[in-house]
Design a protein around this ligand. Structure first.
Ligand code: ZN
Length: 306
């Protein structure tokens, strides 16, 4: 059996303002058919349609901070969900003032959404669990930007151990015991024989993870939260030629993001949130790759499977 889905779709990769080729920040992450929308820049719903994503399947939206290029798409997306008669609830994980903004918009337009919204306010101090079910956990951690901003860590829960059927053949075993074995326990079967877990099970594939870091100044304090991730998305608003500007505006350069990916032991770095001044994205790869080999460029519509 193949592994369960763990797939990221880039919906927008521009910073500040959309261009004809790049929408502003938004990404859709599918882990085992749970759809997480991460940031919601202007027009995110158009991109969801363009790339044939099932936007009514989104049950959790994560907003990193309240600069417009990260949430201006939210009113439109919620409105379309409403107009399509959505019923299931939606949870929005975000800085608290976003609820006030949405409340005003709904009030002046006399809109009562067709579905309940649960607000889960983020706290940009510490490492906080925002979401958990039987397969996935999502955590927030502080980024350092001009206004309160959090990164997000999406992590598959440890998978169950695999049964080695050949090794288990010689024992009488119940379904309940198989369940215990899959969860790592030793069991004593009905014949009173102790069956050691390591004799009859195999390690599962390691659980996968994705970290999202936008927007932030180069900040080594995030390393503890993103250690060993399979895929690190880190903003690269600028190249080193604008390092001073990056620092002044609380953004990061491609070379700096590559350093963080390398020092965190990430397997891959995805770059994005490019300043509109850059038209040749290859320059980001050229700058980052000598520091960290495994770099990818976010472009609108790009899919990455982990
Ligand atoms: Zn931004």
């Amino acid at each position: 059996m193949g592994r369960q889905t763990f797939e990221l779709l880039v919906l927008g990769c521009a910073s500040a303002s959309p261009t004809s080729e790049r929408y502003t920040s938004s990404q859709l992450l599918n882990i085992c058919e749970r759809y997480f929308l991460i940031d919601c820049g202007e027009g995110a719903q158009i991109q969801l349609r363009r790339y044939k994503a099932r936007f009514q399947s989104i049950d959790n939206i994560f907003i990193s901070h309240l600069h417009g290029d990260h949430f201006f798409g939210l009113p439109g997306l919620l409105s379309s969900m409403h107009l399509l008669g959505r019923q299931p609830g939606l949870t929005i994980h975000c800085p608290a003032p976003l609820k006030d903004i949405m409340d005003v918009m709904n009030k002046v337009s006399e809109t009562r959404l067709s579905f309940p919204v649960t607000w889960n306010f983020t706290d940009n101090t510490g490492f906080n669990k925002l979401f958990e079910d039987d397969k996935v956990e999502v955590w927030s951690f502080p980024l350092s930007h001009r206004i309160a901003c959090t990164g997000f860590l999406f992590r598959e829960k440890p998978l169950q151990r695999k049964i080695n059927k050949e090794a288990l053949k010689r024992y009488r075993i119940s379904f309940a015991d198989i369940h215990l074995l899959k969860n790592g326990h030793d069991v004593t079967n009905e014949d009173g024989i102790l069956i050691r877990n390591k004799e009859v099970t195999i390690d599962p594939a390691p659980s996968r993870s994705f970290a999202y870091c936008s927007d932030t100044i180069y900040n080594r304090n995030i390393l503890e939260y993103i250690r060993g991730v399979d895929l690190l998305y880190h903003e690269t608003t600028f190249l080193q030629d604008q390092a001073q500007r990056a620092a002044a505006t609380f953004h990061t350069t491609a070379a700096q993001a590559a350093e963080l990916a390398r020092d965190a032991g990430a397997k891959q770095l995805l770059m994005g949130h490019y300043s509109a001044r850059y038209t040749r994205l290859q320059d980001f790869l050229d700058e980052a790759t000598p520091v960290f080999e495994n770099c990818l460029l976010a472009t609108d519509g790009k899919k990455i499977t982990i």
